[in-house]
Design a protein around this ligand. Structure first.
Ligand SMILES: Nc1ncnc2c1ncn2[C@@H]1O[C@H](COP(=O)(O)OP(=O)(O)OP(=O)(O)O)[C@@H](O)[C@H]1O
Ligand SMILES: [Mg+2]
Length: 372
């Protein structure tokens, strides 16, 4: 009996779902494997603001039951048909540090890291789940240095318990929880050796990851995100937050698509006032990205040639061109759906929406890899 069951399962087409619970919205992507390709079956997003009485696009901090409510809703709206899930843990709920150790400790990391972690983690070690990965130096790197660089990752037990509860309440079977760094990078990059940065421009925060030889070497969080553009524009131009958000999504920085003259709903604001405000809000975020890039380059003696943006914030019209004019690297937008197969007529839409779904695509791709 058990033989025939496993036989059936191995032949069955398995669909998987990636679930990205961001501060402003939940994103889901369902994939299945067919002849070695990842087929896009469905995807969807739901804003979390309305679950706590704030505007769409704004960051929230919701309890597990509200998140499950929204997740069930988006699963229904997007016609998700699988329960086999990979779920992201927000970078901000984890502690990631790069620990430098003598090369002689390489074979003893299992004993060393829990002790070493005490220096980096401000809570008792038994309250966190620890994980680590060698990111620099070491025998196999071909670059034997006297120091190892080990990325240490800690997630609080309460955080994991919260995400388990969300999965349970949403009737999902979570096969893994992954810090969003790794999902975003998997979906945004092709294989390459030179260091590149992946920058996730979310609603509340902007995450900066340095990736070299496919490995995340460094990460840094900037406590400002795309909601700043909306909130500042609302204040500066005396329009509601909802109006500012609509303005941002419809027109962005694209002067050509903005209608001339006064914006409806505001007495005197013109299209170019709104763009100017968005540019003013982007400036400090882009300078912080520049500073982070420069500090990595100075430390490592290597330059970052490319910055790949992901996150809903980077879907702002005109964003790529504007950030290109401010940053010292080639700026690209992530195209996570490019790693999947979808009907040709969706190509344009998927390219445009892609950056918002990087984390969810990355999770689903990992689950497909696991199923083999
Ligand atoms: N078409 C668009 N043009 C401009 N901005 C947009 C567009 N669509 C979404 N955004 C903005 O992107 C942000 C949401 O991005 P994303 O979904 O990546 O964030 P999140 O994952 O919820 O947040 P975080 O990663 O910070 O937790 C919102 O602030 C929203 O206003
Ligand atoms: Mg996000």
């Amino acid at each position: 009996m058990s033989f025939s069951l496993s036989h059936i399962f191995s032949k069955e087409v398995r669909s998987v779902i990636g679930v990205d619970i961001g501060s402003s919205s939940i994103k889901v992507v369902q994939l299945r494997r067919e002849r070695g390709r990842a087929i896009l079956e469905t995807y969807g997003a739901i804003a979390l603001g309305p679950y706590t009485g704030v505007e769409v696009g704004r960051a929230t901090q919701l309890p597990a039951d509200k998140i499950s409510e929204a997740l069930k809703e988006v699963i229904k709206e997007a016609n998700v048909t699988t329960v086999d899930a990979g779920i992201a843990i927000p970078y901000a709920s984890s502690l990631v540090s790069v620990v430098r150790l003598p090369a002689s400790l390489e074979d003893r990391l299992a004993q060393t890291m829990p002790l070493e972690a005490r220096k980096y983690i401000p809570v008792p070690i038994n309250e966190v789940q620890l994980d680590w990965i060698l990111v620099g130096g070491g025998k196999e790197s071909g670059n034997v240095q006297d120091k190892l660089e080990v990325m240490l990752v800690a997630i609080h037990n309460d955080t994991i318990a919260k995400y388990r509860q969300i999965a349970l309440d949403s009737a999902l079977s979570a096969s893994f929880f992954e810090i969003e760094v790794f999902s975003a990078v998997r979906a945004s990059l092709d294989h390459g050796i030179a260091p590149v940065a992946v920058v996730d421009f979310g609603a509340a925060t902007t995450k900066f990851y340095v990736v070299e030889r496919g490995i995340v070497r460094e990460s840094h969080i900037i406590n400002q995100g795309s909601q700043e553009l909306t909130l500042n524009a609302s204040r500066a131009l005396n329009i509601t937050v909802a109006q500012a958000e609509e303005r941002k999504r419809k027109m962005g920085l694209d002067r050509a698509s903005a209608p001339a003259g006064v914006i409806p709903g505001s007495a005197t604001m013109t299209a170019s006032d709104a763009e100017h405000s968005f540019e003013l809000s982007l400036a400090p975020i882009l300078s912080e990205i520049s500073r982070t890039q420069a500090s990595f380059e100075a430390r490592m003696g290597e330059s970052i040639s490319t910055i790949v943006f992901t996150g809903g914030g980077s879907t702002l019209k005109g964003f790529r061109e504007f950030s290109q004019s401010k940053l010292q690297a080639e700026v690209r937008l992530a195209d996570p759906f490019g790693k999947t197969e979808a009907p040709a007529f969706l190509e344009g839409i998927l390219k445009e929406a892609g950056p918002e779904f990087s984390v969810a695509v990355g999770l689903a791709l990992r689950r497909l890899q696991e199923l083999g």
